[in-house]
Ligand binder design. Structure first.
Ligand code: NA7
Length: 538
């Protein structure tokens, strides 16, 4: 589009048509705003559109990982199993988008590369990589917390003759693994799902592991009509419950304290939660594991013992047992037969800490011990979490301040993960320093944030104001509060995407608020009830 063409003008632009973006669109449209969603992909669903790798599956239960805003939707949609695979969640989000006629306001194949605030006009100007221009009073970044994939730079990568792919850029066509020599790098939640799924299909599998993972078993029963009817009975209660728990799930840390139990009772409690086959073992059994090293050691030992029981070769078992960080201080993945994969004769585990990667070759990867021949390389190497999608866009606030530069120079700053001082009328979902960035069941926290944003925009308009922006003081107070809580836990001791250590040069600071989703929601609600006292209207 030439610069002479007028910008398309809207009340609000939402960037991203994932779970958060399409709900935000629905909410803002209900207020009577003209809204356009700009989405880089060809369809809705965000994470569930891009991450179509073999075995991609939700680690939250289906009944918690859904929208609560429509009883009709809750009555109509049937989940097929407790932890649905990617295609089912993508279908669900398409169903929602169609049911509420959302797609007519979504422009696909449209990647935003710049957004700048025009102070005189009080509007955001948005530009896409295709050269299109838009203008809007309000801008919502629903760009996703885990949407900026990272492939590490390796010497000789350009020489590799095989195919390579990052899990979050998986092709839409089926991939045939039969007889292929496949390498997987990364053993986080994604790598584990890929490895356990393709291991029975490949000719040979080489897993390049830098850090071992405390994965725990998933119990994934099918849901039939009777189970769905039972769940529907509990939806009204669950709808309120998920907003009143620490992680936005339908369970919480109980009142049972580790210190009050006998060793036999502790063991029994861990087994009870283990058999639930869900993340409840992590964020339901003993809350003290996040702050008390002794409790954490105890639970870590329990999980390591389970790994050793399942892996036949004791040397391989030891490589698979995490030893240099505590259970739960990184994301705990759910797994199905993951550890048994290493009992297969055609699977090799390469510990890249002991046997470092030197370079890619034409035929594969060379580590200190020799060359590993590969036809295909799968990078399950993660994301520039929480900040990556935001800093990939040239976001300029008042006086041309570039968000990326500001965060690089002064550290990441947000007010409650919702707004940034100096960027009026820009709102964010799943952004740094909110629980949604990592420690919350995504639908719970993203719906809460989108609701709050809609109410805030409604308030601003109804009060005849043009813009709203948090004060610098309020933002600094939130940052201090965030850090104080974070530093009281064991989480900052561990390297992980939670801490930004997976990205070279990134600030090392806990990205997500650890005060709990329910506490955060109450704080957000209070601010709205009091008329946004920490913000300036103009
Ligand atoms: P993660 O959890 O960030 O995992 C990435 C994995 O890739 C992890 O095992 C990394 O090892 C590994 N990695 C990254 N760079 C390298 C290099 N250079 N060499 C070797 N290994 C490397 O990403 P996921 O996609 O699995 O999960 C992200 C979230 O999505 C997950 O937490 C869920 O919330 C959903 P490292 O641990 O850094 O040593």
């Amino acid at each position: 589009m030439s610069s002479a063409q007028p910008a398309s003008s809207f009340d609000a632009i939402v960037i991203g048509a994932g779970l958060s973006g399409i709900y935000q669109l629905h909410k803002l449209r209900q207020l009577g705003l003209s809204v356009r969603v700009l989405e880089a992909g060809a369809g809705v669903a965000g994470t569930w559109y891009w991450n179509r790798y073999p075995g991609a599956r939700c680690d939250s239960t289906a009944e918690c990982y859904q929208y609560w805003f429509s009883d009709e939707l809750l009555n109509e949609w049937n989940w097929s199993e407790r932890f649905p695979a990617q295609p089912e969640t993508e279908r669900y989000l398409n169903y929602v988008a169609d049911k509420f006629d959302l797609k007519r306001d979504i422009q696909f194949h449209t990647r935003v590369n710049a957004a700048s605030f025009d102070e005189a006009a009080g509007r955001w100007h948005i530009t896409t990589t295709g050269g299109e221009q838009f203008s809007a009073q309000f801008l919502v970044m629903a760009t996703g917390g885990l949407s900026s994939p990272q492939v590490p730079a390796f010497k000789g990568y350009e020489n590799f003759k095989g195919t390579s792919v990052h899990t979050a850029r998986w092709p839409h066509e089926a991939v045939d693994f039969a007889g292929k020599r496949v390498g997987v790098m990364g053993t986080g939640a994604t790598g584990i799902q890929v490895i356990q799924t393709i291991a029975p299909q490949v000719g040979h599998l080489t897993v390049f592991q830098r850090t071992a993972t405390y994965a725990i078993p998933m119990k994934n029963p099918k849901y039939d009509a009777a189970r769905m009817a039972e769940l529907r009975q509990s939806y009204p209660e669950m709808k309120s419950l998920v907003h009143n728990t620490f992680t936005g799930n339908d369970y919480d840390f109980g009142t049972v304290l580790f210190q009050d139990l006998t060793p036999a009772q502790r063991e029994a409690r861990l087994w009870e939660f283990w058999h639930d086959g869900s993340l409840k073992f992590w964020v339901g059994a003993f809350g003290e594991l996040f702050a008390d090293q002794a409790v954490n050691d105890y639970v870590s030992d329990f999980v390591r013992a389970r790994i050793r029981e399942r892996v036949k070769d004791p040397v391989v078992a030891e490589k698979l047992c995490p030893k240099d960080y505590g259970f739960g201080t990184r994301r705990v993945p759910l797994e199905t037969n993951y550890f048994e994969v290493y009992n297969q004769p055609n699977v090799q585990l390469v510990d890249t800490t002991a046997d470092p990667i030197e370079c890619f070759t034409e035929n594969g990867i060379k580590t200190a011990s020799g060359e590993h021949q590969l036809d295909m390389m799968i990078f399950a190497t993660g994301f520039d979490a929480a900040t990556g999608a935001l800093t990939a866009i040239d976001v300029r606030g008042r006086d041309g301040l570039l968000l990326r530069d500001s965060w690089r120079q002064d550290g990441v700053r947000t007010w409650m993960g919702l707004q940034v001082h100096g960027f009026p009328n820009m709102f964010m979902i799943m952004a740094p320093l909110s629980p949604a960035a990592a420690f919350c069941n995504v639908p719970t926290c993203s719906q809460q944030q989108a609701d709050w944003i809609s109410n805030c925009i409604d308030y601003t308009r109804k009060h005849g104001k043009q813009s709203i922006e948090p004060t610098a003081d309020a933002e600094a107070r939130w940052g201090e509060h965030h850090d104080e809580l974070a530093n009281a836990t064991l989480v900052p001791k561990t390297k992980s995407w939670y801490m930004g250590t997976n990205i070279e040069g990134k600030q090392q600071r806990l990205l997500a608020y650890v005060g709990g989703a329910s506490t955060y929601r109450l704080a957000c609600d209070k601010i709205a009830e009091e008329g946004y006292p920490e913000s300036v209207f103009s």
